[in-house]
Design a protein around this ligand. Sequence first.
Ligand code: GN1
Ligand code: MG
Length: 383
Amino acid sequence: MWLKFLRMSNFCCTFAGGFRLLYIMKEILSHFAIWNEVGEPQPLRIGFINDSFVVPAKRVGEPSYCLQRINHRIFKDVEGLMRNIEVVTSHIREKLLIAREQDIERKVLQLIPTKANKLYYKTPEGDYWRLYVLVEPATSQEKVTPMSAELTGEAFGRFQRQLADLPFNALCESIPNFHNMEFRLQELDEALAADKANRKAECQDIIDWINKRREMMCLAEVLFREGRLKKHINHCDTKVNNVLFDEAGRPICIVDLDTVMPGFVFSDFGDFMRTAANKGLEDDPNLDNIHVDLEIFEAYARGYLKEATFLTELEKELLPYGCRLLSYMQTVRFFTDWINGDTYYKIAYPEHNLVRTKAQLRLVEEQEKVEDEMKKIIAQLTK
Ligand code: GN1
Ligand code: MG
């Protein structure tokens, strides 16, 4: 996929400011400690937050790189964010080394420091850039099969387990309260009160729908305060396309480590289901396409439960709830951005955030319909 993106885009040559951008990126690259000769950076259309570019090796067999401009409007503590990524990748690498694994370069991301030995380069204009070795050959998928879902479940379960022994204070919250439902609702309330883009009046039905589910969806925070739920280190963005697969179709590397932080296990379980166990798209304009794919649900849950041996009974029981929670949270987040006038997510067309909101809202409704079936599957898998 990464390379497919690369071929698709001639942005650097066609875009009017492209030559200037190329020049700037060459300058930026000169600050990183890369040893081989590289070609022109090419944009990689992936993710809604950062800007990513592939920097191809000039000679076959040498490493290519992924250059990223970190969105520091969103990641306000870039120092903390980059320290998190370094801690996580070193910890996983150490585990792989101890286990004498092969092909470690493809199994965990590797940051390239700057010549001044920093994890990022800050330009005089105040932009932050980082560089990874490109994982290749590897592909990403927008849709999974039951087989790849099960393997991905194992991969994310293993990822959580590999990080489970990190001391709790080893990582900061790169975005404070990132998957805290109470906080996300508070943000929505503030957006609605300000109604900056004057869009509130036409959305009363969505507001009512969200309000009806508020209390139910804040359950995890309540259970945490009561001491009944724990936090684990999570990836916090387990979208299907954040897993890279090898030539044999097996997950090889988990990418996009910006949001690795302590949270509830639902974050990772639910977010994967939100994106993969949906027969429609995250932003499907045709709501009739949106249905829960129970086959994918079962396959991922089977893989995940094999590896996530640390779950409590309550956590297992609440996994189906976690799916709804993450879809509801994403509904609220897309909707908040719509109300705010599209200031957070990159959009492809003016109504994009509203379309995304409606698609996620429908997904919650579909998940509500099959909650009992999901519970049965989990009960079967854990008995
Ligand atoms: C953002 O940019 P990307 O695709 O990695 C967002 C996630 C959302 C996702 C919705 C830092 O992820 O939390 O779930 O969009 N990341 C951030 O698709 O907000
Ligand atoms: Mg992300």
